[in-house]
Ligand binder design. Structure first.
Ligand code: HEM
Ligand code: HEM
Length: 175
């Protein structure tokens, strides 16, 4: 049995964001600025959706307390963490970090184009540092997706495409 977990906005915004960030990496000048602004718009939309979206799209559902996140991290280290139907606690914080990193990369990129900061070295360096930090987070994000998929024998990438996941079994967390 499978259940619907990720709504259409979560899925479409995820893959569009991936495309925009990838495009920002490989382009410069006008196209770069355009896809960077597109990425910023998707982040803004996703943040709004985090408050009004469907159950598993809401920040209140997947941003867990630090103590619970730490307990989950310990369980992962001991290889006895439960499966989460929505985002797991580490994944939840990673999502917050990814959204923040895209916002910072886009924000500093915009800053570098303003009359005041155009050509100012530290602004360009800050923008590059944000982009590098984002790349590091994406690498960790992918590692988390792979580890989680293997540990719980489910294809999380497919779930992000179809929105559907295997129904919760005993011991799984779905609240
Ligand atoms: C620029 C690169 C990426 C960014 C900024 C990014 C960002 C995000 C965000 C914000 C979410 C949360 C989804 C939501 O609730 O709206 C997410 C989840 C997810 N992403 Fe990515 N992502 C990136 C690349 C990828 C790639 C390349 C893949 C796979 C090939 C991937 C697979 C997933 C999966 C499977 C989830 C769901 C994780 C779970 O089940 O908890 N992501 N990503
Ligand atoms: C997801 C968002 C973004 C990412 C990942 C990103 C990434 C990058 C990277 C890797 C560089 C190259 C730095 C170097 O030369 O080593 C760069 C340069 C630059 N970016 Fe962005 N960027 C983003 C958004 C933006 C936005 C929204 C703007 C402006 C509207 C912008 C404006 C610039 C400018 C002016 C430069 C330096 C000049 C140039 O090489 O054309 N970026 N960005």
């Amino acid at each position: 049995m499978v259940v619907k977990v990720w709504d259409a906005l979560v899925r479409i915004s995820h893959w569009t964001l991936v495309a925009c960030v990838a495009a920002a990496w490989f382009t410069r000048q006008q196209l770069h600025e355009w896809v960077g602004y597109a990425a910023l718009s998707i982040v803004a939309l996703r943040i709004v959706w985090g408050f009004i979206g469907s159950r598993y799209a809401r920040f209140g559902q997947f941003i867990r307390s630090p103590s619970r996140t730490l307990a989950y991290a310990r369980a992962v280290a001991a290889q006895r963490e439960p499966r989460y139907l929505g985002h797991n606690p580490l994944g939840g914080w990673m999502i917050a970090a990814l959204l923040a990193a895209v916002a910072l990369a886009g924000g500093t990129g915009w800053l570098a184009t303003t009359d005041r900061y155009w050509g100012v070295a530290w602004v360009e360096e800050l923008h590059e540092a944000c982009a590098d930090a984002l790349l590091t987070l994406v690498a960790l994000h992918l590692a988390g997706v792979v580890v989680s998929s293997v540990r719980h024998r489910e294809n999380l990438v497919r779930a992000m495409l179809t929105g559907r996941k295997p129904a919760p079994r005993s011991g799984d967390v779905f609240e």
